[in-house]
Every structure is written in structure tokens, then in C-alpha cells.
Design a protein. Sequence first.
Length: 560
Amino acid sequence: MSSRLALAAVAALVVASVACGPGGPRKVGGQPSWRKDDGGDPGKPGAGAISTEPIILAPASRAVLAYNDPPHRPPPSTPLGDAIVAEVAGLAAAAGRTPPLADGRLFAAAAEIASVVPAEGVIPYPVVEFALQHHGIVEPSPHLLVVWGSTTRPALLVEQLRPRLIEALGGDVITRLGVGVATREDGDVVVVALQASHLELAPVPRRLERGGLAPLVGRILGAFRDPEVYVTRDDGTVERLALRVGEGGAIAAELACGGRRGRQQVEVTASDATGSTVLANFPVWCDEEPPARVAAAVALDDVAPVTSAPDAEARMVELVNRDRAAAGLPPLTHDPRVAEVARAHSREMRVTGVVGHVSALTGSAADRVKVAGIRTGLVLENIARAYGIAEAQAGLMNSPGHRANLLSRAATHVGIGIELGDEVADRRELFVTQVFIRVPPPVDPVVAQTRVREQLRAVRGFQDDPALDRIATTYAQALASGVPHGDASRRASRELDAVAARFSRVASMVTALADVEGVDGPAFLGGASFTHLGLGVAQGDHADLGPGALHVVVLLAVAR
């Protein structure tokens, strides 16, 4: 009797993103997703052909009411399950690592996956995601192995699994193990799930009533730091939730439904030495029951294996702009210089096997862009490892942090670099890097000044003063041309002496914007009481925002 190893032990879609802007680094996370390989067994019907028919998973078991409630449960004891648990424990010990916990929730999720794995071995990630969340697991997708064959000879199956188990245990620290078995018409199917977890999270309800609120309380584990919490709302917008960080990695936030209804996708991220990653990604349903079943098909874009990196890059640019158009945003311009930066990073990830933003060789995304001689005040980066272009893009869009980068209103240009990795079952592993930058177009200063004035007037009424306008414009133009701030300020003060007799007090407010729509009127004006307004806007370089920044000078005066 023989068995067939159908799926490789890899986290197929590993996505991570980082954003650097004028406020310093803003790091968002990376969500491992999932893939399956066909082992190429010619005796298995349909092997090697990917079906685009929907795979339906409708578990007979009742879904949990809350994630992580309980955080673990004992697994069932079977000869095969016990043999695999013992083998993993032995391999982990031999590698000097703590054996992963056999988690009953992951056993149940693996059994659900085993019940629907198709003969060709490719299953959409949403099906795996659903199985995990049905049983209360919030962490991203595990490493998955699938074996077809009789379960009556555990030793033989363990022997077939051993090389893949060693490979999986050599990567990220595995903390949980699940084994699922399904008896099918085409044979027995065994799914082994190996999952990493770097977060302790208190139970979170899967469903909230209208106006409900869910506390997100937990602790970041290990070497992770700088935690953040994001949520993609039911209307597709992304919010960063207020987060309280305590000693020992403690975190606390609140998810409020307010008047919302439907799916709210929650993401917890943190950073380690290689950059940011997603520690949890799960939906909470507001005023609506979570679905009891899922149906998903392999995307048509991923039916044909990727054979050309340039073709894959071009297709991903199309998908990025498709998703932006769906959100009502303008398309991004493909920038060959940025694409080469992205391509070099994907090449490094392929060579090193490390999917991360921060490289020991090239630093951060902002560092790589700067070394390439590209001047910009905005650098956003998403990275992924996948086996399909559509799979990678869908995984990025499902992650609130990555979605925010893809749908950034500030970004104007994109470069995408894809490196082809190893071939498994006629499908090439893809290392993907998306880099977004901002190249502001020329702005008519009169139009920009009018728009800024409108935003300030919406907060408070002022009387325009032509003399103050001239002084403010000269001030803004000096800053835009590179005059040091102190010199420009002193020059403006001398010019104000000429109008001092008309005003008892004049205050200046200076800022730089990436976009003319970026004026925060209430914060800019504060609570002070003034009667006259002078405004100047000029476009030029800025140390943080880069070329094309808008330098804005507001002079507020009190008439005598």
C-alpha cells in the first residue's frame, strides 16, 4: 500500500506590509495565507487539473460563540493522531524546540478541511479560513500537509510525512498541532496542521448586537513589539483602533459596532527583527449571524500556473488598480524604477527564504527606495509569498493593514516585483513585493490657495487681507525654494512691520501637506479668536514629504 503527499508544508501566502511616511514608520502586518500542491499521483483521478467549481464547506458541528473560548481543548485520541503527535514532539525536541501543543480546535478544523480537499489538491484560502474561525481560532493560516491513503497503517503515513514535518518545524516556531481525518469515496484523507501563535487573546464574541462592543484584551508574546489593531469595516474602510499597551506585552482595545451591520475584519499586528506581521485576523459580525457555510472557488487567474515573472507583475498591477477602482480611487501609475526596487527585494526573499520587510542587507523599504535615488515622502510596502497572483492579492485585501496600503489616497505610483521560486506540482512559488510611493503632480498655487482658504473658512469666518496674503505667499515660496525656516520667518517678520499699525497681534502657522485636501481646520486654527486672514501656498521640496509638497503659511491677525 502507498500513500500520496498532496500538499507541501509551507505557509503559501505570507503577506506583510509596512508604511513609512512623514510621521515616522507606520507598520502594519503580514498575514500568512495558504496553498496546496498536487503531488502528481497519476493514479488519482483529476490529479494535476485545477477545478474552478466552488468548494462548499458546511460543518455539521455547531460554531463556537466566541473566539478562544476555550483557548485550547484536548484532542481526540486515535492511533494515527497519537502517532503523528509523537513524531512531531520527537522532531521538535531533536531540533531543540518545545513540542507544539496538540490543540483539539485545530484537530477539528483539520478534519473539516480534510472533508473537502479536492483530488487535485488546490483549495481556496477562504475555505481554510472559515474552518479555523468556525472553531474559534484567530491566528492566520497554519502550515498544512495532506496525505491520501489508508489510515490503518499509521507508521507508513508518519514515514511519508517526516521530511515535510522537518521542513515545517525548521521555520517559524510551531506552537500548535492538529490532525484531521476524513473517509471519502476516493480514499482516506489526512490533514496535518502546524500553526504558530504569538498572541494570547481573551475570548472575543463572533457576533455582537447592534451597538455592541467587544473588548480586545490580550498579550503579545516573544520578541514582538509595537502592537497595533486595525479593522476593515463593512463598507470597506480601514480604521486603526485606539490601543493601550501595558507591561509584558499587554494590549487592550475595543471594537464597537455603533450603527454598523455585517462583517468587521479585525487584525492584530506587531513587529520583530524582520518587520511587521499579522498575529491575528478574524471577522466579528455586527447585528448579523455569522455564516454557517462557505463556498469558494480557485480564482481563474490562478488556474494556469505562473511561468513568467513579467506577466505576473503586469497582472498584479491590473488587480491592484481593479481593487482601487472598486473603492472609487484613481489608478496607480506603474513606475519601472520602483518595480526594480521591489524586484530586488523579492529576489532576496527567494534566496534567503525570509519573507520580511527589514533585511540585514538592505534595511527597510524606505532605505531601499532611497538607495535607488527615488525621492518621495511616502513609502508603503506589502510583501507576500503565494502560488497564485489572485490568491496573493485577495489575501492582501483581506488584511486591514495591507488593504489600507493598497487603497492609500496618498499613493500615486506603484512598483511590483515578483520572483519565481521552486516548482511544486507544476506550480511555481511566488515571492511578491508591492511598493507604493507618492509623486505629486504640479499644483496651481492659486487653485491650491483657494481650496485651503475654503477649508479654513468652513471652520471660522475671517476677513481676507491682501497685504497679509502677499506676506504669507512670499513666506511659503521661500520655504518651497529651500530657504531655511528661520531665515524665512525673520524675513516675514520684517515685512509684517509695515502693517503693524493695523493689527494688535499677528500669529503665523506653518505646515506642509502632501495633498491640498489634507487641511485639518479645527486643529490648525485652535480656539484663538482672530479677525483677519492671510494665506500663502507654494509647492516644493520637503524633508519628510519629499518633492511636490505643499508649503502652507497662514497669518492670523486681530484688527486694532
